[in-house]
Design a protein around this ligand. Structure first.
Ligand code: DX5
Ligand code: ZN
Length: 230
């Protein structure tokens, strides 16, 4: 049986009560906390930085103390200066967009050297070309199913085909290396479309407005898991 992870995006949480929101969504069954960083340069919006990550880190654990990974999605350009800052703040995974880095290989290495897992993010119209050259250096691929910058947008169907292409590449890589790379999809995911995203090959699902837009987070996470179970 495949392991699926649900990664609520706190972009749609109540920013005045972020610690409580993180604890509530973990109690509801979150596997990762997805942390969207926007810089009003790479994307036309502005969100939160390493100081907020550092404040939230102590909240990223289950009632029994098990840590819940902080999944940092950098929508910033340039990338490199922020990597050690987020690593120090407690990021477990740091992902960035290849077009936002002058030297993709170097940025990936920097993330790993900072003690984090490294991810690459592909926008709806960004080519996957670089992926073949960085397999050994990445731990996660993130396929955007909306254009980055805002929560609450509609799922772009073309992301399904792209996810399926990446699934094939990751399976081939696993057969040759024995190493798993996570395949995460971000944008417009809800309980009623999560199954087709999984069918395309995703194992990790970011959902912001679908979860935080409802009063009962657990009901949404449960509905997502039920639909993933088929
Ligand atoms: C968009 C962000 C997403 C966003 C998803 O740029 O990367 O993580 O929060 O929000 P929903 O699930 O509302 O599309
Ligand atoms: Zn995101």
């Amino acid at each position: 049986m495949k392991t699926y992870r649900i990664a609520p995006s706190i972009l749609s949480a109540d920013f005045a009560r972020l610690g409580e929101e993180v604890r509530n969504v973990i109690a509801a069954g979150a596997d990762f906390i997805h942390f969207d960083v926007m810089d009003n340069h790479y994307v036309p919006n502005l969100t939160i930085g390493p100081l907020v990550a550092q404040s939230l880190k102590p909240h990223c654990k289950r009632a029994d103390g098990t840590p819940v990974p902080l999944d940092v999605h950098l929508m910033v350009k340039p990338v490199d200066a922020l990597v050690p800052m987020f690593a120090k703040a407690g990021a477990d995974i740091i992902s960035f967009h290849p077009e936002a880095s002058e030297h993709i290989d170097r940025t990936l290495q920097l993330i790993r050297d900072s003690g984090c897992k490294a991810g690459l993010v592909f926008n709806p119209a960004t080519s996957l070309d670089v992926l073949d050259y960085v397999m050994d250096r990445i731990d996660l691929v993130l396929i955007m199913s909306v254009n980055p910058g805002f929560g609450g947008q509609s799922f772009i169907e073309g992301a399904l085909h792209k996810t399926a292409i990446v699934r094939k590449k990751l399976d081939a890589y696993k057969a040759q290396s024995g190493r798993d790379i996570l395949l995460e999809v971000d944008g417009g995911i809800k309980a009623d479309n999560i199954a087709k995203v999984a069918a395309a090959g995703a194992d990790t699902f970011v959902a912001g407005s679908a979860i935080f837009g409802q009063p009962d987070y657990k009901a949404v996470v449960d509905a997502m898991r039920a639909n993933l179970a088929g």
